[in-house]
Design a protein around this ligand. Structure first.
Ligand code: PLP
Length: 385
């Protein structure tokens, strides 16, 4: 029997594996399941990006090891795109790191910045991969409650002094998974002041940055004056261009943090495959109409689904961004029991909120990740059990 290291034993259990297992069992039992429990975009990658990959993979240069920290033309394209979209200035050589999706950077970041005993602040509910990186670094985690009364923004004044004294890193994620809340510029200005005062690095996870509803463009943390001195933003092509399977993302901002991420990446990987990096350049430098279409599609799904729930008496807020809906569980049921009930009686799979942290109890997360017709069907099934 091979013994796993203590480090691996400290990892949180893979919550989504149990969702996949339940969906598979229901499908195997012959049910027509509408799976809205995972965060996997259902739409295809835009064809011009796929064509670019086909072209680039034929260039033998892309068959060699790429530069370890990534292609400079991709870093330039990213810097240019951030300027165009957010009016943020970035030095492509020093303030951009290329990652295998946002996830690798988010998980590696605690190892780059924390020593055992240091504290990282995380949102609760929040994306569980933050916990994994903190556990691998041997650091401690302090959860900041995100509650509806506070717009699902953390209240920094509630963090106990002893935790704050040891805090070196904080994860934020807006548009938020799972609550679908967005952040304001004022909140980010407060965040910069708070981080400066306590010597905390801010990691802004902007995975859903492109997806804002009702004509609102979600704020980038890097738009805040002083943000680059204290923080780093993680972006990914996974959601913006339906490229989750391509595994390409970036870390942007503070040059010291970028250097630390590049150092760790150098030891683990020889960068993202060059043909994928070049196709990523195509995604960022060609027409952004595909992104506008994507947001319009999610907004139509949101209107059908959330409108239907509201009509049926659910006390659910209209999502402001991301492709999730954060639905309060009716009748005081536990999240997990409600999710199991929906799967059993309505054959709709949702994610129980407690999988995202203790303050997720009492909610389920529903992905807007099927066609409008199926979202309509899902809401009809959910409201008629
Ligand atoms: N951050 C959040 C909040 C996410 O929901 C996800 C993916 O689901 C990611 C980061 C990572 O995405 P990727 O590794 O595909 O870039």
């Amino acid at each position: 029997n091979i013994h796993q290291s203590d480090r691996l034993q400290g990892l949180p259990t893979q919550f989504f594996a149990s969702i996949v297992a339940k969906v598979n069992a229901a499908i195997a039992a012959g049910h027509d399941v509408i799976n809205l429990g995972q965060g996997n975009p259902d739409l295809p990658t835009p064809p011009h990006i796929v064509d670019s990959l086909r072209h680039e993979v034929r260039d033998p240069v892309t068959h060699k090891y790429p530069p370890f920290s990534g292609l400079i033309e991709l870093k330039q394209a990213i810097a240019h795109w951030y300027k165009q979209e957010y009016d943020v200035d970035l030095d492509p050589a020093k303030e951009v790191a290329i990652l295998f999706g946002g996830k690798t950077g988010l998980v590696e970041l605690p190892m780059c910045l924390l020593n055992p005993g240091d504290v990282a602040l995380v949102p609760d509910p929040g994306y569980p991969d933050y916990w994994s990186g903190i556990a691998l670094a041997g650091a401690q985690m302090h959860m900041m409650p995100l509650v509806r009364e506070n717009g699902f923004l953390p209240d920094y004044s509630q963090i106990p002094q002893d935790r704050l004294a040891k805090a070196k890193l904080m994860f934020l994620n807006y548009p938020n998974n799972p609550t679908s809340a967005t952040a304001t510029h004022e909140f980010y200005a407060d965040t910069v002041r708070f981080a400066e005062k306590h010597g905390i690095v801010v990691a802004s996870d902007f995975a859903y940055g492109a997806i804002g509803f009702d004509g609102e463009k979600p704020a980038s943390f890097l738009q805040t004056p002083g943000a680059k001195e204290v923080g780093i933003e993680f972006y990914t092509l996974s959601k913006t261009y339906n490229m989750a399977g391509w595994r390409v993302g970036f870390a942007l901002g503070n040059a010291d943090v970028v250097a630390a991420i590049n150092l760790i990446q150098d030891h683990y990987y020889c960068s993202v495959p060059a043909f994928i990096q070049r196709a990523a350049v195509t995604a960022l430098t060609s027409s952004q109409d595909c992104v506008r279409d994507l947001v319009a599609t999610y907004q139509r799904r949101r209107d059908v689904f959330v409108g239907g729930l509201q009509k049926a008496g659910y006390d659910v807020l209209n999502p402001k961004g991301s492709f999730f809906t954060w639905v309060p569980v009716p009748g005081g049921m536990k999240s997990m029991d409600f999710a199991d009930l929906l799967l059993e009686k309505a054959h709709v799979m949702v994610a129980p909120g407690n999988g995202f942290g203790p303050h997720g109890e009492g909610y389920v997360r529903v992905g807007l990740l099927n066609t409008e017709a199926r979202m309509q069907e899902a809401v009809e099934r959910m409201t008629s059990i």
